[in-house]
Design a protein around this ligand. Sequence first.
Ligand code: DAH
Length: 338
Amino acid sequence: MINKIQQLTLEIEQLQLTNETELENYRLEYLSKKGKIGALMDDFRTVPNEQKKEVGALINVLKTKAQELFDVAKENLENTVDVTTNVDYTRSVAEHQVGARHPLSIVRNEILDVFNRIGFNVSDGPEVEDDWHNFSALNFPPEHPARDMQDTFFIKDAPNMALRTHTSSIQVRVMEGGQLPIRTISPGRVYRNEAVSARAHCQFHQVEGLYIDKGVSFADLKQTLLYFSKELYGTNTKIRLRPSYFPFTEPSMEMDISCPFCAAKGCNICKGTGWVEILGCGMVDPQVLDNCGIDSKVYSGFAFGMGIERITMLKYQVNDLRLFFENDVRFINQFKNA
Ligand code: DAH
């Protein structure tokens, strides 16, 4: 019996297992239940009791060794490239389907880039906002229609909280942060209680801009917005400001750019006027500065806010707001090279 074990040990040590067939034959011949090592186990029953311990140990060593040989040979085979198979290395690569960035992300990043280049940092704030940051600090009087349930999503059981209706709330947070001067741009999602249609949605995105320092003037606002418009819509773009009203700026304006589709000649997008509105802006109301702990006798500033959807629709001629929120890949994939 002991001889047999030694013989088998020698036998397996001399084997060369260089392909799948040899490996499988080895498994059947030695490792399977009916194989040579299995047969030893049958013989083991006939070994006299006093030798069982010694013989049993030897069989175990052989078994382990045989399994090890198998495992090593198998691993070697798996790691070897078989150069004899018919692999065509010159075959062209199958195209990997990559996704596309969402158009709103593309345009948001572009806006952030344009302002980063003139020293604006990026700031952020919560989407569930309190009355102070969304309304009161920004001079919204208590009876202002935006505070109406019809316009704002309030949070049930938390009368002081709402989904922010604009990113101007972030202005307040940055100003309260107390670090001056401020040159910041704040992108984010906002919510309004509106019926969903091609032109309105209950959620959309805005970018807010804020510049506060000593001696910031209306001329700075105009130059900044002119630079922005030319960067985004091309160097021939013109801007015009129309008087408007926002509670948190004085004076307040809306800004139009010359229609990017018809070179201001008049088309159906600009409704024949040659101009399209893209943002609201103004000089920060001194009362707002004071509300946020900034001395309005020393500091002044300008602010502006725009809807990213609107900017994107004008840039890529998207005619239905709902497309931005459906995540239909047929829509998104059109922006692969944008
Ligand atoms: N918050 C305004 C809105 O939701 C947009 C806006 C207008 C922001 C004028 C500003 C601003 O910072 O100065 O429509």
